[in-house]
Design a protein around this ligand. Structure first.
Ligand SMILES: Cc1cc2nc3c(=O)[nH]c(=O)nc-3n(C[C@H](O)[C@H](O)[C@H](O)COP(=O)(O)OP(=O)(O)OC[C@H]3O[C@@H](n4cnc5c(N)ncnc54)[C@H](O)[C@@H]3O)c2cc1C
Length: 395
């Protein structure tokens, strides 16, 4: 029997370039000065922060994941994740603006023709247009084989009928990449879907519901209806029937963004807790001098740093074209999501009763952390991906 071994990183340890450090620090300052003061209100009002979208566009932060030829900064995956991390340190909703813009654009980047890329990417890079990613349906979450939305050829058009659920930015985006059934009788189940870009001003497109959520409350999560929405065949990304592999390729590059959001949330909570521990006095001394509080802070720091280093390594491996990209993306999200949940829960603990009220940001961070264990594949699905990759090596 062949031994089942773990694959070692092949592209070496991560050392940030001078450019990456400059960009990270610039985003950090912007987030400290202009996003942090807005975060509590964005959560309380549960309203889309259009001002933050403009801020990110005006400072070319939304341009990071786009090639220079499309008006972008040509940032690699690690650079994108550094930016998402710094924004999410204060506001997970704001970090998601960048993460979803990157997510929605990946199908165009990996499967679009040069003409399609020239048509759609410059507007996304400038931040004038937003894009959403429409895979999930009411009966198709972890299992995309349950997708029922149909796209039927009619001359030079597809006519799309169906609905999508839980689509981030679905109510504010100009474009949605819709994964719809074009080949219901395909022999292989993975050849049933196609990825089609739908402009949301087309007749028959409607936002039918916005979710009321535990966290990332400023990020609109929309239910979308498609009633006979007509789009040209030229809006299809990649081959007909290749939607599923395009979605999976997309997740290999987008899950690190969610891991970055998780690392940012954890780091933000750690910083608040550490500061509080030096200020809050009980039993005649700062609680930071109590060993049990110190242990909590040390564990929080260790978990956050471990998740961060794994994420950075995953980014380098994926960017270098690792054949193990799906596993790297999955373990980064798995470890970072769990770290964010644990660290934010402990941050509330360090603040005691004050952690549980909204005078301090850690209760919001704890609510925000939870989504990183759910979207872009739940933690159970990440484990399945990792186990599959591991066991495939033994066979
Ligand atoms: C706020 C928010 C934003 C979102 N944004 C988007 C978006 O922009 N675009 C988009 O397409 N989707 C989006 N989603 C959808 C999200 O990706 C799904 O909710 C997620 O993939 C899980 O699907 P589900 O909710 O249907 O849960 P289900 O698939 O019903 O899972 C329920 C439970 O069963 C477990 N489970 C399911 N299958 C297995 C299995 N094989 N083995 C072990 N356990 C399993 C799950 O882990 C989970 O614990 C968003 C969701 C939320 C809440």
């Amino acid at each position: 029997m062949a031994p089942v071994t773990t694959q070692l990183p092949v592209h070496g340890s991560v050392r940030l370039s001078e450019e990456q450090i400059l960009l990270r620090d610039a985003v950090r300052v912007l987030a400290d000065e202009q996003i942090a003061p807005r975060a509590a209100e964005i959560d309380r009002a549960a309203e889309w922060p259009e001002d933050v979208r403009r801020l990110l566009a005006d400072h070319d932060i939304l341009a990071i994941p786009f090639a220079e030829q499309h008006g972008g900064l040509g940032g690699d995956l690690l650079t994108l994740c550094l930016a998402i991390e710094q924004i999410s340190r204060h506001c997970a909703t704001s970090g998601l603006i960048l993460a979803v813009q990157a997510l929605g654009a990946i199908p165009i980047q990996v499967a679009g023709t040069p003409e399609q890329q020239d048509r759609w990417l410059p507007g996304l890079a400038s931040g004038d247009k937003l894009i959403a990613f429409g895979l999930t349906e009411a009966d198709a979450g972890s299992d995309p084989s349950g997708i029922r939305t149909r796209a039927v050829r009619d001359g030079g058009d597809y006519v799309i009928d169906g609905s999508k659920r839980f689509i981030s930015h679905g109510s504010v985006a100009e474009y949605v990449v819709v994964f719809a059934v074009t080949n219901p009788d395909a022999e292989k189940p993975s050849r049933r879907l196609s990825a089609i870009l739908v402009e949301t001003d087309r007749p028959g497109f409607r936002v039918t519901r916005l979710e009321h959520k535990m966290g990332i409350r400023g990020s609109p999560t929309a239910e979308l209806a498609f009633d006979g929405v007509r789009v040209p065949v030229g809006n299809r990304l990649g081959e007909e029937g290749h939607g599923f592999p395009i979605a999976m390729q997309t997740f290999e590059r987008s899950r690190p963004g969610i891991a970055a959001q998780a690392v940012g949330i954890a780091q933000g909570a750690l910083e608040v807790a550490a500061r509080y521990a030096t200020e809050r006095r009980q039993f005649g001394k700062p609680i930071g001098e109590l060993q049990m509080v110190q242990a909590m802070l040390a564990d929080m720091d260790a978990s956050t740093e471990a998740a961060r280093q794994l994420l950075y390594t995953a980014c380098v491996e994926i960017e270098a074209g690792s054949p193990d990209a799906a596993r790297w993306a999955a373990i980064a999200k798995l470890v970072a999501g769990d770290a964010a949940m644990r660290v934010t829960t402990d941050a509330v603990q360090v603040l005691g009763g004050y952690g549980y009220i909204d005078d301090y940001p850690v209760e919001r961070m704890m609510r925000d952390a939870k989504i990183t264990q759910l979207y872009e594949g739940t933690q159970q699905i990440q484990r399945l991906i990792v186990a599959r990759a591991l066991l495939a090596r033994g066979s």
